[in-house]
Design a protein around this ligand. Structure first.
Ligand code: GDP
Ligand code: MN
Length: 336
């Protein structure tokens, strides 16, 4: 089993990686990216940095998905950034569109109500389709089905640190199912019925919940009775995770339950709280990993490691790293 060392001040322990022995050499893994044609320059930038800091030594393939067809120019320019394989795919209506049980008038009212509360992307329909796709479908798109692990990358992000070990082989060797760099709290108005909806699903499947000392469940709550969700979530624009876990009966049952309730459209549930709550309900500390050594920026937040031996590999400023010094609760998750 994986060795663990205590976190700096929080309750989630982290794996050490110096000692891992890859199981099979390279893992069966890919970068999975969702992008529009208009993201060409931003994606070029993200991928160029990823190649520079990590992938030019490992050559993991990329799967790049869009709800519209990519232009020839997009595919040509993006493929030229890497010597690894790049696959481009479109997303069909079964994974990006209104399910038949959604009342579209109710959805329009929900958007109006959220606009009044000034939530980001309140009026956007495409953002809701995107969040639903990232919550329930990217891991079973035909182009991603063959892989076991994924690293999500977005356009316009920065990678700051040289990564000189195989991150995917690490995930496999330690049997890690979910990894992150940043976490924070979500906008309450986007999630008004989310937790009550989750609670209904929990009561149907108590046997799937983790409990005891190594359960991640307490991270979701500030109240001792664990009845209220504190809106903490891993920021899902960066994720390294197990596709097999997302395809499991448990995760799919959870997603289907949420999807049937309509909250992706009637409210504006983000894929970040959806993934994070599943992680915390059904996984243990040893199943997750905080990638402290991957310096990362997605507007407007940075993660930059402060340990001197890590800083030496990173072109970033640890003093602007989000949450590192602000939380008594959990420096590892940065949820403040
Ligand atoms: P934010 O990070 O929450 O501000 O949302 P983003 O605009 O960055 O979107 C998240 C991810 O989904 C990024 O990889 C975007 O490129 C992608 N994305 C968002 N909306 C759409 C869309 O309508 N179509 C496609 N193909 N990709 C989208
Ligand atoms: Mn983004």
């Amino acid at each position: 089993r994986a060795t663990s060392m205590p976190s700096q001040s929080g309750s989630i322990k982290v794996h050490t990686k110096k000692d891992f022995v890859p199981k099979t050499g390279k893992a069966n893994a890919a970068f999975i990216i969702l992008a529009r044609n208009s993201n060409q320059a931003g994606l070029l930038s993200s991928m160029q940095q990823n190649e520079d800091k990590f992938n030019s030594n490992y050559n993991y393939p990329y799967v790049i998905l869009n709800d519209q067809p990519f232009t020839d120019e997009f595919m040509q320019v993006i493929s030229s950034v890497t010597k690894a394989q790049v696959k481009f795919g479109t997303i069909d209506h079964s994974m990006w569109g209104y399910p038949q049980w959604i009342d579209q008038e109710k959805a329009a009212k929900g958007r109006k109500a959220l606009e009044e509360k000034k939530a980001p992307y309140a009026s956007s329909e495409s953002y809701r389709h995107m969040c639903r796709f990232q919550s329930g479908f990217f891991f079973r798109h035909p182009l991603t089905m063959e892989y076991d692990y994924y690293w999500r990358i977005e356009p316009d992000v920065n990678f700051y640190c040289n990564i000189d070990y195989d991150v995917f082989a690490f995930m496999e060797a330690k049997d890690v199912k979910y990894g992150w760099t940043l976490s924070l709290t979500d906008y309450p108005s986007t999630l008004e019925t989310f937790w009550p909806t989750v609670q209904k699903w929990i009561s149907k499947h108590p046997e799937w919940m983790t409990s005891g000392k190594s359960s991640l469940r307490p991270w979701l709550h500030d109240d001792d009775k664990m009845e209220k969700y504190n809106l903490c979530h891993f920021w899902s624009n960066f994720e390294i995770g197990s596709l097999k876990w997302l395809r499991s009966e448990q995760y799919v049952s959870y997603f289907d339950h949420l999807d049937k309730s309509g909250g992706f459209f009637y409210e504006r549930w983000g894929d970040a709280p959806v993934h994070s709550v599943a992680v915390a309900l059904m996984l243990n500390e040893s199943d997750v990993h905080f990638f402290n050594d991957i310096g990362y920026y997605h507007p407007p937040l940075t993660h930059c490691p402060s340990e001197p031996q890590l800083q030496a590999k990173c072109a970033c400023n640890a003093s602007v790293s989000f949450g590192m010094y602000s939380s008594h609760r959990n420096a590892i998750t940065n949820c403040v």
